[in-house]
Ligand binder design. Structure first.
Ligand code: SF4
Length: 425
């Protein structure tokens, strides 16, 4: 049977799609990018914003319209939050909510009577991940979150924390490494909460991954900046752990963080970053900031900007606050005017560019190892360093670098301060 898989949203959705792809192939089915050829269509939805919900609905409709004969399975956060989805959107044969999505492949084959497929499972052909033009794998380590940040719908859609076993995680990593993958990203909803339900923690998991796998590059997905074990940063002494962390701050004002019900205040954040920068050479820090959270005064915004500037990030994902039905923040009064949000977002984009430029300039003259992804028609190779800096290197003599790791020296940065330029050493 031919299966077409589509996802929207976060790295966790992407990781789930990768594991479904592997599971369908292990049961003798094959993947197709050609939606019209598929017998089974699977859509993994997102609900992080109203806009994401709209896009999810559009994708489901479009998928069904382009192949009304195929069976259609829908999963993910939007599908888990909207009980009326099957009544509202025609063509959906099966909805599998977030609590059951790890068993999606077996449930879909059974519920839709596809079980009759050949028992002989065939060795997966070209690894689905490469087929989808990717050379690093997202590995789901846990799902759900016990916290209730007032702007967050994910905690509502994904439920309580559930950790995967170390054995399953290590099996996935070794399977991807066998297929030629050089880098994995450990991802989840609340990565720092890994093991809370199975008497383990993230430090122990990473140690176990280091000793039971040979994958050269282990990267962490987004990690909430609290609950990291004391000795956590000592893990980065192993150069297989990539020296970059994405630690969402959300606001640099403690009174705003209080209204967001965030567990981490600016002082805690500051201490954590100081420890990381003391222990990890060439540590790269990125973050998320919400602009225009309800009630955000000019004073609070200035506090936020000052703290962000003082902390310094190489990149910031900037989210302009939008009401998300089903969250506590949507009920808060003093919603900030959109023109003020726009102005603050513009200001933060400018600051982000300045900070990135200075971080990239600090890299000039330094040596880094790069995992090469692809080469464009102008013989420019693109890839990422161990501390997650995008590299471009023009070299017409070099043929096959894709998915290889090699050493470079940083020689400059591009005019838009988006990547570094390098030469081979
Ligand atoms: S910790 Fe993260 S996932 Fe959990 S509620 Fe807060 S923002 Fe959402």
């Amino acid at each position: 049977m031919q299966i077409n898989l589509k996802t929207l949203g976060c790295r966790l959705n992407e990781a789930e799609l990768e594991s479904w792809a592997e599971a369908f192939q292990a049961r003798g089915h094959s993947l197709t990018d050609n939606l019209e050829q598929a017998d089974l269509l699977v859509v993994n939805t997102c609900a992080v914003t109203q806009e994401a919900v709209k896009k999810s609905r559009q994708l489901i409709r479009r998928t069904h319209r382009n192949n009304p004969m195929a069976k259609l399975v829908v999963s993910g956060c939007y599908a888990s939050l909207d009980e009326k989805i099957q009544k509202d959107i025609p063509g959906i044969d099966l909805v599998i909510n977030n609590q059951k999505k790890d068993q999606l492949v077996d449930i879909a084959l059974k519920e839709l009577n596809f079980d009759s497929m050949p028992a002989i499972s065939t060795e997966p052909g070209e690894a689905s991940i490469f087929k989808r033009g990717r050379n690093r794998a997202f590995i789901k380590i846990q799902d759900g979150c016990r916290y209730r940040c007032t702007f967050c719908i994910v905690t509502v859609a994904r439920g309580e924390e559930r950790s995967r076993s170390e054995a399953d995680i290590i099996k996935d990593i070794n399977q991807f490494h066998q297929q030629g993958i050089q880098e994995i990203i450990l991802t989840g909803v609340h990565v720092g909460g890994y093991g809370s339900d199975i008497n383990l923690n993230l430090y122990q998991l990473i140690n176990s991954v280091l000793s039971n796998t040979d994958i050269p590059r282990i990267r962490l997905g987004s990690v909430e900046p609290w609950e990291l074990p004391e000795e956590f940063f000592s893990l980065f002494a192993n150069d297989r752990i990539m020296p970059h962390m994405h630690l969402p701050l959300q606001s640099g004002s403690d009174s705003v963080l209080k209204r967001m019900a965030r567990r981490c205040k600016t002082n805690d954040y500051k201490k954590l970053i100081q420890q990381a920068r003391n222990e990890i050479p060439n540590f790269n820090l990125t973050t998320d900031i919400i602009v225009g959270f309800p009630g955000e005064t000019e004073e609070e915004w200035q506090e936020s900007i000052n703290f962000i500037e003082e902390t310094s990030f190489s990149h910031i994902h900037i989210f302009t606050y939008s009401k998300r039905e089903g969250t506590k923040a949507a009920t808060l009064t003093n919603q900030v005017d959109s023109s003020i949000k726009k102005q603050r977002s513009k200001q933060l984009h400018a600051l982000t560019k300045t900070m990135r430029e200075s971080f990239l300039n600090e890299q000039i003259g330094q040596t880094h190892s790069v995992l090469w992804e692809a080469c464009n028609e102008d013989n420019v190779w693109k890839g990422y360093t161990e501390n997650f800096i995008r590299i471009e290197l023009k070299d017409s003599n070099t043929s096959e670098l894709e998915n290889k790791i090699s050493k470079v020296k940083i020689t400059g940065i591009d005019d838009n301060a988006e990547h570094c330029i390098a030469e081979f050493i």
